[in-house]
Design a protein around this ligand. Sequence first.
Ligand code: UDP
Length: 364
Amino acid sequence: MPLFTLVAGARPNFMKIAPLVHAIQKKQAEGADVDFRLVHTGQHYDKNMSGDFFEQLHIPTPHANLGGGGGTQAEQTAAILVAFEQELMAHRPDLVLVVGDVTSTLACSISAKKLQIDVAHVEAGIRSGDLSMPEEINRMVTDSITDHFFTTSEIANSNLRKLGVADEKIHFVGNTMIDTLLAQMPQFRKPAGMPFDQLQAGEYFVMTLHRPANVDQEDSLRELMHAILEGTAGLPIVFPVHPRTAKNLERLGIAAPNLHLISPLGYLEFNHLVQHAKGIITDSGGVTEEASVMNVPCLTLRDSTERAETIHLGTNELVGTDPKNLKPYLDKILRGEWKQYQGIPLWDGKTAERIVDILLKHYS
Ligand code: UDP
């Protein structure tokens, strides 16, 4: 019986892994001969960055937790590399499946490949071309040792072909993050209490920021926050602050009556707020995909994106990191003039099923 080891480590992994676990469990219930182990690397360990997602997205308790959180990029990578190698030696699988582009994606694919275990990468082939992003390095290294490439877009397919990846290894299947979005949408719920009670649909902004380029330099973060406050016409701004961003933001001491700095939200609450927002201001990759599918205007505060389909077919615009660029985009959102979601091929809620079908065919 084939054994698949599924890896999840940080917040954006949990939405991508949930539908894969559910698709395998469905196959098992239908009598398919397959087993899996779910491994949490412990990269994110706070309740509001990890535990809540397992509960809300009905992800089973992991078979192992590697406790690899904290420390520098290298310390974290090393801790996960070592602990995951031990996991693989104790429970050798036929395949290790990694998702996305976080430190755990990189470390676990290396541990697996060095033990001659096949690697499947979900969300393979996307590239920002910006090596100052740790995620870009994670993508490049992971894709260089991947056996099965599961992709979200034609752009990713084309990137992989240019790198010389054989066509039969590239599987254009869609987006598991959108599987979760579509499956959970009926459960979205408005968070209780203030400031949420005073929010009116279409009359507030949601923002998230956690990329080093935006949050690590106090001066540029201050300038960015001022430009956002000036450009949003006094509408409430709900800003669930990523732990990476919290310290610098506190030090700036920026406050305004319409700026609501809050702890990271649960998935169902956050996406309720996104679904009903006037617009989104973000540097997250996943949020641009979700906002696009929900047809909500989205501004990305980065100079590049690895998800160009959210701009061509979605509701996302690349604003850049210079705060001066923001005003015309915000004005356009405030005037209600924004492009509509065109539909992105295969982002239809069935991606995980496609992936599991392909893997079962290969390993049975
Ligand atoms: N998210 C959430 N609560 C929040 C902020 C984000 O549940 O307070 C979700 C969001 O819906 C998306 C994911 O977290 O599914 C994005 O994670 P993140 O921005 O950390 O990662 P990125 O997509 O930038 O890699």
